[in-house]
Design a protein around this ligand. Structure first.
Ligand code: SF4
Length: 452
């Protein structure tokens, strides 16, 4: 526990959370520790005496977004109530001391391994007993069920981080250096947190980590994702369990069988494949090839016919030829994913791929990105149209009294924030309620329906 904790803690804090759901959980942990130490939380930067930006920096685009949020927040220091500006997360973890010169308006930098020390660090900064405003160490923090956490998602849904870090070492990725090696939480700790979330009214649990399918392997005590899920499905109150960030190489037959049997486990899988060309996968330091990926996906669809598949692909990886790109396009046209995201390769200093020859031009990356998005939008529209007339379970999220709609929600085949929505034109339901809906219309990414 940091020395010098004092009465100043009644200060008001606003946190801006950037990046992925894994970073959102870190933001909730930061707010949990601050609230536990008596700080008051506000969502308005103009009302905050302390502003914290929990940053993302795994690719250039994310770094720019983080810098933009820091510059904007620094304005509140000049013109608002803000006295202390804190930058946490992947940006300080990546750039460390180089940031000091770039960002003189920032008072405190906190790395991904120091989240649990934030309250004490702010106090020491305030009473001038903190010598070094750059608090970035080894990225080895791992939350557990006792870690304070202030949920920021709606009351009926929550992310549950089951592991931290990554040891897969894909050649284009900085995450292992920002988050440390893969480390699973203990199964009991995860189950205790899931029970606590269910007691608070959470119905949908989204399991996250850098590689959710690798869960437990590093514990070498027989823990794995399948045994974790076998216990989690028995927690009363939980209705949907969703698996995000799975890896095609670590998908087991047991897991697929359990997903087929257990109704509470959503027939949904987020399975980033990145590419299908074996030469590119090799240069990405990822194993597998088109045939193996095809077999894995057919096996999934055989066992779970209505499974919704989400994936992420990357275009413009160094050396990607037209031929290799078209191999990926054909695979996407063949497999017809329900949801698909496309990244343009981003040359990140410090990664092996950044040293590769034949870097692809931005113009070619944009062209390939747009071609895949166009193809996928047609696939998604057709799949949504095929759902017209069917009945689906929908988790109601919001009242939307406009454009002839009454409510909106998500089906079990739609993950929060990244997939489409279901807009309801008729019927009554409460927010957070899981209701049966008849699909009456479809667009590229969304559905229209009526509560049955
Ligand atoms: S699996 Fe690969 S891309 Fe994903 S976080 Fe790990 S190293 Fe990065």
């Amino acid at each position: 526990m940091e020395a010098g904790i004092n009465a100043h803690r009644k200060k008001t804090v606003c946190l801006v959370s950037l990046g992925c759901p894994k970073n959102l959980v870190d933001s909730e942990v930061i707010l949990g520790y601050l609230q536990q130490n008596g700080f008051r939380i506000t969502t308005r930067r103009e009302a905050a005496e302390i502003i914290i930006i929990n940053t993302c920096a795994f690719i250039e685009g994310a770094t720019q977004e983080s810098l933009q949020a820091i510059f904007e927040s620094a304005q509140y220091k000049k013109r608002g109530k803000c006295r202390i500006l804190v930058v946490a997360g992947c940006l300080p973890q990546r750039y460390r001391d180089a940031l000091r010169k770039e960002l003189p308006e920032v008072d405190l930098f906190i790395g991904t391994g120091e989240l649990h020390r934030i309250a004490g660090l702010i106090d020491r900064f305030e009473n001038h007993s903190l010598m070094n405003g750059m608090q970035v160490g080894r990225p080895d923090f791992l939350l557990d069920h006792g870690t304070p956490r202030l949920l920021s998602t709606p009351s009926y849904t929550a992310y549950l981080k089951i592991a931290e870090g990554c040891s897969n070492a894909c050649s284009y990725c900085l995450i292992p250096s920002l988050r440390g090696k893969y480390r699973s939480r203990k199964t009991n700790s995860i189950l205790k947190e899931a029970e606590a979330l269910a007691r608070r009214g959470v119905k949908e649990i989204n399991l996250i980590s850098q590689d959710t399918t690798l869960y437990g392997k590093d514990l070498r005590d027989g823990s794995d994702l399948t045994s974790l899920l076998k216990s989690m499905v028995h927690i009363p109150g939980i209705e949907w369990i969703r698996l995000l960030y799975c890896h095609p190489e670590h998908l087991s037959g047991e897991l697929i069988s359990l997903m087929a049997e257990e109704k509470k486990i959503c027939s949904y899988l987020d399975l980033p494949i990145q590419h299908v060309s074996s030469s590119i996968l090799k240069r990405m330091n990822r194993r597998g090839n088109r045939r193996e990926l095809g077999r894995t996906l057919s096996r999934l669809r055989e066992k779970i016919p209505h499974i919704a598949l989400r994936t992420t692909v990357m275009v413009g990886f160094p050396g990607e030829t037209e031929e290799e790109f078209h191999e990926l396009m054909h695979f996407i046209e063949e497999v017809k994913f329900d949801h698909l995201g496309v990244f343009r390769y981003s040359r990140e200093e410090g990664t092996p791929a950044a040293k590769l020859k034949k870097q692809v031009s931005q113009r070619t990356k944009d062209k390939r990105h747009n071609l895949i998005m166009k193809t996928q939008s047609l696939i998604s529209l057709k799949k949504n149209q095929e759902r017209i007339g069917s009945h689906i379970p929908v988790l109601i999220e919001e009242q939307v009294p406009h454009k002839g709609y009454r409510l909106k929600g998500r089906a079990s085949f739609q993950a929060p924030e990244i997939d489409g929505l279901v807009y309801l034109t008729r019927g009554k339901a409460q927010i957070g309620e899981n209701v049966e809906v008849k699909v009456t219309g479809a667009s590229e990414y969304d559905l229209i329906g009526e509560v049955v």
